[in-house]
Design a protein around this ligand. Structure first.
Ligand SMILES: [Zn+2]
Length: 125
């Protein structure tokens, strides 16, 4: 890969990292806030708040799931950035071939080429 390409992907990854980091921080705040509230609610009677509580818990779980997903996403971005640093960026971790540039443009943190990704999803890698 040309150095100019690597630099461009590095920039894309850094921007994405910032975006995901901010989104993650927001969700962590919501999660912490929900924890506070459930602490305050503990002394109250449960019966008349069942419905509300259910949807709160649903919201809480959705938020946690989303935060986990974003967390994994952030991890993938950081991995890609460290591959840029050690010069292995853009190489498929499955077959060690160069990942096609159009794929990297739409998915700068891709670890696998399309063929290997399909194999991974089919469970045959
Ligand atoms: Zn591959």
């Amino acid at each position: 890969m040309r150095k100019t390409d690597t630099q461009r992907f590095r920039k894309l990854l850094l921007e994405e990292k910032e975006r995901v980091g901010a989104s993650l921080a927001r969700h962590e705040k919501i999660i912490a806030h929900t924890d506070d509230q459930s602490g305050l609610e503990t002394g109250k009677a449960h019966s008349n708040h069942m419905a509300d509580q259910g949807s709160d818990e649903f919201q809480y779980e959705t938020t946690i799931k989303f935060a986990n997903k974003e967390g994994r996403h952030l991890y993938n971005i950081e991995e890609a950035l460290s591959r840029i640093e050690d010069g292995t960026y853009g190489k498929c971790l499955g077959c060690e071939q160069q990942i096609a540039l159009p794929r990297l443009r739409s998915l700068p943190y891709a670890r696998l080429c399309i063929e290997c990704k399909e194999k991974e999803e089919a469970g045959t890698l």
